[in-house]
Design a protein around this ligand. Sequence first.
Ligand SMILES: Cc1cc2nc3c(=O)[nH]c(=O)nc-3n(C[C@H](O)[C@H](O)[C@H](O)COP(=O)(O)O)c2cc1C
Length: 195
Amino acid sequence: MADALDAAALDQLFLQARTRNAWRSETLPEATWRRLYDVLKFGPTSANCSPARFVFLTTEAGKKRIEPYLSEGNRAKTMGAPCIVVIGYDLDFASRLPKLFPHNPDAPNWFKDPKTAEVTAFRNGSLQGAYLILAARALGLDAGPMSGFDNAGVDREFFAGTNVRSNFICALGHGSDTPFPRSPRLDFDEACQIL
Ligand SMILES: Cc1cc2nc3c(=O)[nH]c(=O)nc-3n(C[C@H](O)[C@H](O)[C@H](O)COP(=O)(O)O)c2cc1C
């Protein structure tokens, strides 16, 4: 059994980590995003279906492509980041199950119903988006997740001709802002039951 992480690690992942809205101006190497993916990909998904698809926008030209679709309030803080990731989910994820779940050749048939495929892709793709945020923090990056954008426009721009749909986006880099005071969370008794 593994030991619990020490206090510094918990601070970095959760207790002191904050959503960031302004970014140090820097160019981070491609190896950063490859390493990030190679960590987050091991977060669990049902039947190992791994439906998330990630578009890392790291150049000015790449970032410009998403700018028109960002909501007004999100535009400046997103465009200033070294990287903007579009986190999508592939409704055709089942076609990759022969690679991802090779010990059960029947697995693709479990997702034939489009509604089941959609719920599975969205659920697991959202989990993978959360793994991205936590993997980024674990690797010393800050994250600024955002859902305020035109999903249909982003889908046309980045996922045309596919069955990938955008879920949310996430700015990545090193935060340069002073975050406002942390908003409260629900207490244990408000959010949890022990039965
Ligand atoms: C999926 C998701 C979507 C979000 N969308 C937006 C957004 O569109 N605009 C924004 O300013 N913040 C957005 N946020 C940021 C949240 O408001 C923020 O993470 C939350 O208040 C917690 O802040 P903290 O991490 O500093 O405690 C989003 C966060 C998540 C996880």
